[in-house]
Design a protein around this ligand. Structure first.
Ligand SMILES: Cc1cc2nc3c(=O)[nH]c(=O)nc-3n(C[C@H](O)[C@H](O)[C@H](O)COP(=O)(O)OP(=O)(O)OC[C@H]3O[C@@H](n4cnc5c(N)ncnc54)[C@H](O)[C@@H]3O)c2cc1C
Length: 327
């Protein structure tokens, strides 16, 4: 069976992996980006979408979510292949040196690899009790893929951070009702957003912990337990959105036959790892004096991409400056 072999596969769709994908496209590479979450943006979108970032060149300040959206727009110029919701597990090579990138979905092939996995694969922190797994994706959601799914229905949101509050405010515009449930009386969000939520029609249930979920007549019964008490209360909703944050795990790197420094990947001045044609950029890359910032990761990308392409195609001489590419 013939399989597509990319020039460069970027593992990890955080801001640095997204920029690497764009830059590889700019350098005429056939590039593939694989991201474990159903969304791009890494820590910036998952952990601080509303935070203003002040140290990315060219932006006096920009919200995390807006930087990700700009990167998405920049990346789209070269229509790269993007595979979401897919976690890379193994990195092996066939007899011809082609990388076999084993994921939890299928195997992909590439001539070189750029590891941009940050602090490791992100996964949403799940509800702390057992519930029918069939509810997930329909009644119980950990992401909002399409706002329209929440139109004119009763929505319950679990969580007390920025993300939960932002979704409560956004969904309150289109849902029939929104109830936010948090185990503390005090929310951990931006003060102005918390205030906006308190002034809105959003129902606020604190301090309650979600205790159980059942389905009756296509409605969720959500059993809530009041903190530090034996009191229970049941609310009903059409959908539950859980916003308990994310966990990350980079232990997978130990099986990829590359030298590590603690949990990070050791690289040289070209961001090259100890394995031929495998590079690392962004938070996952380690060298002496490394500073884990978005700007640092962006700066590392050209070295990795250009070195990979010069190694793969030594005969292909390209101009270095982007303007001449668009001429
Ligand atoms: C609260 C907070 C505030 C911050 N503020 C700033 C700031 O103001 N300025 C600044 O410059 N930096 C800031 N940072 C740091 C900045 O977010 C990171 O430096 C940046 O996100 C690194 O980008 P990255 O693409 O290397 O990694 P990440 O953003 O961590 O993205 C890595 C991506 O790889 C994916 N992934 C991991 N493993 C796999 C796998 N096996 N298969 C497929 N995909 C995988 C992950 O799901 C993730 O999406 C902040 C960080 C935090 C937590």
């Amino acid at each position: 069976m013939s399989q597509h072999i990319y020039d460069i596969t970027v593992i990890g769709g955080g801001p640095v992996g997204m920029f690497a994908t764009f830059y590889a496209g700019l350098r005429n590479a056939d590039v593939h980006l694989i991201e474990s979450l159903p969304q791009l943006g890494g820590q910036t979108l998952a952990l601080y979408p509303e935070k203003e970032i002040y140290d990315v060149a060219g932006f006096p300040h920009i919200k995390g979510k807006d930087l990700v959206s700009q990167l998405e727009q920049q990346m789209a110029a070269f229509e790269p292949k993007v595979t979401l919701d897919t976690s890379v597990k193994t990195l092996t090579q066939d007899d011809n040196g082609v990388f076999e990138i084993g994921t939890d979905q299928e195997t992909f092939y590439s001539k070189s690899v750029i590891i941009a996995i940050g602090t490791g694969a992100f996964a949403p922190r799940k509800l702390a009790f057992d519930y029918d797994p069939a509810l997930e994706g329909t009644y119980v959601n950990y992401y909002v893929n399409d706002l329209a799914d929440f139109k004119d229905i009763d929505v319950a949101i679990a969580g007390g951070g920025d993300s939960a509050i932002d979704w409560a405010l956004a969904l309150n515009e289109i849902a029939k009702s929104v109830t936010i449930i948090h185990r503390r009386d005090k929310f951990r969000g931006l003060e102005s957003s918390v205030e906006k939520m308190k002034q809105s029609t959003i129902n606020i249930k604190t301090p309650y912990l979600l205790n159980d979920l059942t389905l009756t007549d296509q409605r969720l019964n959500i059993d809530l337990k009041k903190m530090k008490s034996d009191d229970h209360e049941t609310i009903t909703a059409d959908k539950l959105l859980v916003n308990y944050g994310f966990t990350s795990d980079s232990r997978i790197l130990r099986n990829w036959a590359i030298d590590l420094k603690g949990a990070d990947v050791k690289v040289d001045h070209n961001m090259h790892t100890s394995r031929e044609l495998v590079y690392s950029v962004g938070d996952s890359a380690y060298y002496e004096g490394k500073v884990k910032l978005i700007a640092t990761g962006f700066g590392e990308v050209p070295a990795a991409v250009n070195d990979a392409l010069e190694t793969l195609y030594p005969e292909r001489k390209q101009p270095l400056h982007s303007t001449s590419i668009f001429n």
